[in-house]
Design a protein around this ligand. Structure first.
Ligand SMILES: [Zn+2]
Ligand SMILES: [Zn+2]
Length: 332
């Protein structure tokens, strides 16, 4: 079987290997159909992902097809196409016991902390799989990407018509915009890359779109600000786009300190929220919205590539200038 291993930053090997073939109780053996590539994968390739160890088989945004099921698995059968929840959680920590499994203290992410889906087949706990009826394999990995968006919008608690602004129009920013639209918010966007700004504005018929914070600051501030950049300069100045009494949500993250001028927070009585991952309930909502066509991301600038091209394409996907918002590896 073909396995891609990220041996060290910048180096993939694609080799034949063997992996467990028999699913145990409550497990499923599944064929990997597609693997979405997200920031975590790109940063691991670049060598900038915090707390990441090599070698590692990447792949946490997966579309799979069930090959066989172990004992006690009643709701899945061979041939079922599924999305995968990559977040393995403990179920007993303070966060889990409050339903906040997205920030479990013992979070283990398939394809990040353990070997993932960049291989022909994988054994997974059956409870991590969500059966998909209609979506194409290229769209299924986006369930995880969009989960980050639905969670961030849920954190903010949007009121219909409320003025919101999203900073950064990459896959996470676009995911946030999708669910702000569903929630009925009045949406603006800040993005310095012209192609990304143009896509977000056109695709969502936005009236407010700005190439910089400075330009956005010329207009009325927003009650909700979502920073999806992971860029320190942007995160530190995002408070200036926030209205009095508003909420600032950090969806992107940076492996560094950020600093805010306290009077800027205090004067606004700002609420600062971090937003991390998503929960199984949110995955189900995303999947349902995608299957009903309420959310359709098929127009996003995507590239579908074969596993053999990864060593050559990853450096390009790291450069935002390449114009690819989402890359998906076609594994089958
Ligand atoms: Zn991801
Ligand atoms: Zn937990």
């Amino acid at each position: 079987m073909k396995i891609a291993t990220l041996e060290q930053p910048g180096r993939f090997t694609l080799a034949d290997g063997t992996r467990a073939k028999t699913p145990g109780p409550q497990e499923v053996l599944a064929r990997v159909l597609t693997v979405g590539i997200c920031g975590t994968d790109l940063h691991a390739f670049e060598g900038t992902q915090p707390f990441f160890s090599y070698p590692r088989v990447l792949g946490h945004e997966l579309a799979v097809e069930v090959l066989s099921v172990g004992g006690g698995v009643g709701d899945l059968k061979p041939g079922d196409k599924c999305a995968v929840n990559p977040y393995m959680t403990c179920g007993v920590c303070a966060a889990c016991s409050r339903g906040k499994t997205n920030c479990c203290a013992k979070m283990c992410v398939i394809g990040v902390h353990t070997d993932g889906g960049m291989c022909d087949s994988i054994v997974l706990p059956a409870k991590q799989l969500y059966k998909v009826e209609k979506l194409s394999p290229a769209m299924i990995p986006l369930v995880e990407t969009l989960g980050v968006g639905i969670h961030a919008v849920g954190r903010a608690g949007v009121i219909p018509g409320e003025r919101a602004i999203v900073i950064g129009a990459g896959p996470i920013g676009l995911s946030v915009i999708e669910f702000l639209r569903v929630a009925g918010a009045d949406i603006g966007v800040v993005e310095k890359m012209p192609e990304r700004l143009d896509f977000a504005a056109r695709h969502h018929h936005l009236q407010r779109f700005y190439p910089s914070h400075e330009e956005a600051r010329q207009e009325e501030a927003s009650m909700l600000v979502f920073d999806c950049t992971g860029d320190r300069g942007s995160m530190e100045s995002s408070i200036h786009l926030l209205q009095q009494g508003g909420k600032l949500v950090f969806v992107g993250l940076i492996n560094d300190s950020i600093s805010l001028f306290d009077p800027d927070l205090h004067r606004r009585e700002a609420t600062i929220l971090a937003s991390r991952n998503s929960t199984p309930a949110e995955h189900h909502k995303v999947l349902d919205a995608m299957e009903r066509g309420e959310i359709d991301v098929s127009a996003w600038p995507m590239e579908i590539a074969p596993p053999e091209s990864m060593h050559q394409r990853f450096p390009l996907w790291l450069k935002r200038e390449a114009g690819i918002v989402k890359a998906v590896i076609n594994w089958s």
